[in-house]
Design a protein around this ligand. Structure first.
Ligand code: ADP
Ligand code: MG
Length: 238
């Protein structure tokens, strides 16, 4: 479990500021959802937290350590993308173990960890298959599994369900919520789907044009939206 703090975080692409001073304090074990329209900066923010994109200004701290200059692999995070990003030529088992082999984890410990995570995500029968032989929902379970085996302090999800059909999306929402209850990790979940935000979050950050319009619990935003944008996006109609 970890605390994540953003202080006046900024990002400029070619002279254009796309993240305009974001402050957030995400508590230990919190399930925090970033929600906002397409292009508002959700993915950019997540990439800066993970270290995949350098920040143009401000500070990111994990457990009180400023990580601006810490390499992505050393931040203790794992990211799950919309596009799964599985290795097509490897089996599910190899996809799960790949990162761990790089960390020099003993073979027996890897096998045990994979067995445990495969059971948790109900992908045991799929371990011998290649990603091409899986359905969309199964692939997303494997992508989540690959993050889980690394035992990250913080999970980052970037619209992980947006490629799935509506029914499967609802099922996977429940799956991710169960995972959070079971592991207790801090999780940041990006979506443009208000329903997903309202049903999954402990805290929601509503983003618009590179700024946080409001940060609070779902009911707080629903009952007391800070402005008309939040009201229109998430709050009760007034
Ligand atoms: P979201 O994930 O909320 O849809 P993004 O974080 O992907 O939004 O993008 C935020 C803004 O930054 C958009 O205006 C987008 O065009 C711009 N942007 C994102 N990545 C790049 C990049 N690599 N180069 C230039 N502009 C970018
Ligand atoms: Mg995005």
């Amino acid at each position: 479990m970890s605390r994540l703090v953003l202080r006046n975080v900024r990002k400029t692409y070619g002279g254009l500021e796309v993240i305009k001073g974001v402050d957030l304090d995400i508590a230990f074990g919190e399930f925090c959802v970033f929600v906002g329209p397409s292009g508002c900066g959700k993915s950019t923010l997540l990439k800066m937290i993970s270290g995949l994109e350098p920040i143009s200004g401000g500070e990111i701290a994990i457990d009180d350590e400023v990580v601006n200059d810490v390499a992505p692999a050393d931040r203790g995070l794992a990211m799950v993308f919309q596009s799964y990003a599985l290795y097509p030529h490897m089996s599910v088992r190899q996809n799960l173990s790949f990162g761990l082999e790089n960390l020099n984890t003993p073979k027996a410990a890897i096998a045990q960890k994979i067995a445990e995570v495969a059971k948790m995500l109900q992908i045991e029968p799929l371990l011998g298959r290649r990603p091409g032989q899986l359905s969309g929902g199964q692939r997303q379970r494997v992508a989540i599994g690959r993050a889980v085996v690394r035992e990250p302090k913080i999970f980052l999800f970037d619209e992980p369900l947006s490629n799935l059909d509506a029914e499967l999306r609802v099922e996977m929402r429940g799956e991710i919520a169960r995972l959070h209850r079971r592991l207790g990790n801090t999780m940041i979940y990006v979506t443009h789907d208000q329903v997903e935000a309202m049903t999954m979050a402990d805290k929601i950050a509503v983003l618009r044009s590179g700024k946080v319009e409001q940060f609070g619990a779902p009911l707080e935003l629903y009952n007391n939206p800070a402005n008309i944008f939040v009201a229109g996006f998430i709050g009760s109609p007034k």
